[in-house]
Design a protein around this ligand. Structure first.
Ligand SMILES: Nc1ncnc2c1ncn2[C@@H]1O[C@H](COP(=O)(O)OP(=O)(O)O)[C@@H](O)[C@H]1O
Ligand SMILES: [Mg+2]
Length: 394
């Protein structure tokens, strides 16, 4: 036993044969080149360039699914702009905030306080009326004439919590005397725009840039670049990269997933004391990824959805009629004294499960009884047991 542990520790202590710079695989790492986003970079640069003549750039709205390079493109263009402005002594300031990060800029107060701090006015986390923090922010922005470009990443979080903040920010130039401010809004969730009034909406999206999902070939190129700097020579081969790229392409072209898959595969290889990442390691990583995804999907389901899923699992048949699911669901909720949803709502829930890959549905003919929908559970084996366990407690 002791020698086994020693072997493991010694293997790790002697350094990695697979990873050269594991930190380059973190999603916060910003590469020097962003293949397949040249046009997005150029477009954003053209929109922001007038700031270097102290003109106010148009507000711009960026949207696309997760892992399509939105954050990377904005940070890349923002840092290039900042560099040139500094070199040429032009008062342009690029400010990036992520409202998706809890407690940083997810409420009106926190966002204004954060911006004040970035400009050297140290506002405490709580304790001052929001309107005073706003006044101090205006004062800080106006203290020296400058063009500010404020990138609000995951702006949907802020819009949902406080649409008023966006309303105020989109009109901030009428408050500023010396300076100007433009907004780059970034989101995965377009439906959030319906929380805003028409004027704010059109002011925010004077320009729009759409990030479509990467295809398998594009992901392959991105992975190739990233793996060249992250792994030891020979640790990764093309077929491993292709497998990660294909899996991520199937999952809405999310390159973040592809990079994570590659890292997890390499960790699995390392744990097996292999000095190369092989296809079999990627296959295990994909399985682990899918399991984690489904488990977290189930964990975050609302109560009724959980009860519908529980009904399907308890019926324990290869395919079940929607009517059987509904009856079982009603039986379960009435046991806990709750009122069941209508059949219509339950059918909607089954539709949501289908688009998340938890169930499949098909329509079959039942002879003279007409056509009916049947549902098939798409999760099996160990993971089904785990989910059953999760649902016992409801
Ligand atoms: N075109 C690209 N080239 C290289 N790396 C990229 C590219 N697009 C995205 N990435 C990397 O993929 C990960 C996710 O990208 P990110 O910009 O955070 O996506 P989004 O903000 O759209 O969810 C990051 O690690 C990022 O550096
Ligand atoms: Mg992002």
């Amino acid at each position: 036993m002791k020698t086994d542990i020693e072997k493991i520790f010694n293997f790790y202590a002697s350094g990695s044969v697979i990873f050269a710079r594991k930190d380059f695989l973190q999603s916060s790492y910003l590469p020097d080149v962003l293949p397949h986003r040249e046009n997005h970079i150029k477009h954003l640069a053209q929109i922001l360039a007038p700031s270097l003549r102290l003109e106010n750039p148009s507000n711009v709205f960026l949207y696309g699914r997760p892992g399509t390079g939105k954050t990377a493109v904005v940070q890349y263009v923002g840092s290039q702009l900042q560099k040139i402005a500094q070199d040429k002594n032009i008062p342009v300031k690029f400010l990036y905030v992520n409202s998706g990060l809890k407690k940083i800029a997810d409420t009106e107060y926190r966002l204004y306080a954060y911006l004040c701090r970035r400009m050297g006015d140290f506002i405490p986390d709580t304790g001052i009326p929001t309107s005073s923090v706003f006044d101090r922010m205006i004062k800080a922005l106006d203290s020296k004439p400058a063009v500010y470009i404020l990138a609000l990443d995951e702006i949907d979080v802020l819009i949902e919590k406080s649409p008023n903040t966006i309303y105020t920010l989109s009109r901030i130039n009428s408050e500023l005397k010396n300076s100007k401010l433009s907004i780059i809004g970034i989101t995965n969730d377009l439906s959030i725009m319906s929380h805003l009034d028409a004027k704010t909406k059109s002011s925010l999206s004077e320009e729009e840039i759409i990030f479509s999902p990467y295809n398998a070939n594009q992901i392959k190129d991105i992975l190739q670049d990233r793996s060249n700097i992250s792994f030891s020579p020979g640790a990764i081969n093309d077929s491993v990269i292709l497998l990660c790229a294909a899996s991520a392409a199937k999952n809405h072209g999310d390159v973040r997933r592809a990079i994570e898959l590659l890292r997890i595969s390499a960790e699995i290889a390392e744990r097996e004391a292999s000095n190369k990442v092989l296809r079999k390691h990627v296959e295990v990583a994909i399985g682990k990824f899918n399991t984690d995804q489904i488990i977290s999907f189930v964990k975050t389901l609302p109560e009724h959805q959980k009860n519908v899923l529980k009904a399907i699992i308890e019926l324990d048949k290869p395919v079940v009629y929607t009517r059987e699911i509904y009856n079982k669901y009603i039986e379960n909720v009435s046991k806990i004294g709750a009122k069941g949803l209508t059949m219509r709502r339950v059918l909607d829930i089954l539709g949501e499960f289908e688009s998340s890959g938890v169930v499949g549905t098909s329509v079959i003919s039942r002879g003279r009884y007409g056509r009916t929908k049947v549902v098939e559970l798409k999760i099996g084996g160990n993971i089904k047991d785990d989910i059953e366990q999760l649902l016992v407690e409801i």
